[in-house]
Write a protein that binds this ligand. Sequence first.
Ligand code: BES
Ligand code: ZN
Length: 443
Amino acid sequence: MTPQLEDLFSFLRFPSISTDSTHAPDVLACAQWLVGKLAGMGLEASLHETARHPIVLARSIPQSDKKTVLIYGHYDVQPVDPLPLWHSPPFEPEIRDGKIWARGTSDNKGQMLAHVLGVEQTLKEKGELPVNLIFLFEGEEEIGSPNLAAFLQENREFLACDIIAVSDTGMVAEGIPTLSYGLRGITCAEVTLRGPKGDLHSGIYGGAVANPATAIARLVNSLHDSEGKILIEGFYNDVRPLEAWERDMWSAIPGAADEDFLRVTGSPAPFGEAGYSSAERIWARPTAEVNGIGAGYQGEGSKTVIPAQAFAKFSFRLVPDQDPRDISEKIRAHFLAHCPAGVTCEVEIGHDGKPYIADPHSPYGKAAQKALKNAFGRDPVLIREGGSIPIVQTFREILGCDTLLLGLAIPGCQIHAPNENFPVANFEAGIRLNQHLLAELAN
Ligand code: BES
Ligand code: ZN
């Protein structure tokens, strides 16, 4: 195994699950390992405690004649359940079929470390970097980055930079270099419907009281029309329409046709807002999704009961120029107005993040495209992403600069799911990409 893969394996062995407080010591140990790695490369590295998980910073000695590039990544990972579905233990990395298998390989430890190792390689080869470099790594991305914005505010001077680079997005397909120039925003919500004071016998009382399980189904149903359009009042008011050049460009991207999304997802048929392709629905249109729903008996066989309450958890993906705070109020109003008769409705708004869009043809965008071409040997495609990295828009608001999103995960990487993996080739490409990127951004 190469020393680079050995480093990655060490990094992957930390179960740095940010949402689970029992893993807080592992998150900390992972951050400490990173500081050690960065300091060992000759960078000025430091660990910064927050209310929850630490932020790791490192930089090269700044030189006034050089541009400053900030590279962001996250070393926290998603939980591993359902554990029985993993083919090998999530925190014991293995290479099979040219892929590295472990939690965090492609979200986001593999890409993050590829940047670190690219810098290490350049320092070894050239003794210095073509730019001033800042690494900013957080341990709270998967829980919505609750402490990062305040950290950016407090450290604005230290973090001042010309451009930011992040590799925490996807490639449309294996071998197709991908520059993303947009991300969807997000707002989460949870609804609880309450009916009788306790579970009831469905024969003794059924028919005379509202069933909260039926009511939650009706409430969920109120969100869309039969063609997938969202029925929340004013929801689309601020949606920026797709531009003609984007629609043209996306329709020709290999690996992004409706059939490709069917193959990757295994769904029997495409479904979504009428008038848009799958790529357009994912990259440029907002959604309302149920992430979890529950009520009543879930065990074997039948149990004749009317559940006392029911819940559903939602996430709404947002696009430019929707504002998460404005949309959450509209969501709350919708749920309260559509609460079925006979139950009470409680709406809790969860975390949120703004959407992001930038010009892929800006000078820095062009430099990123060149770097991708050099690393992969073919011209990159330009897409927006369906996923969210809320801190990217916050970077723009606080640090005043744009972010280049250079994807390295492929559709089969199974991020957030069992058997997360990352092709060894993409890890190696990531190391090369970092070297090309810093060279192109220096110009
Ligand atoms: N790396 C993902 C985001 C991502 C994945 C963007 C693939 C584009 C393509 C990130 O770690 C993530 O999962 N973000 C969350 C954000 C949420 C917790 C605020 C998401 O998108 O659900
Ligand atoms: Zn993630």
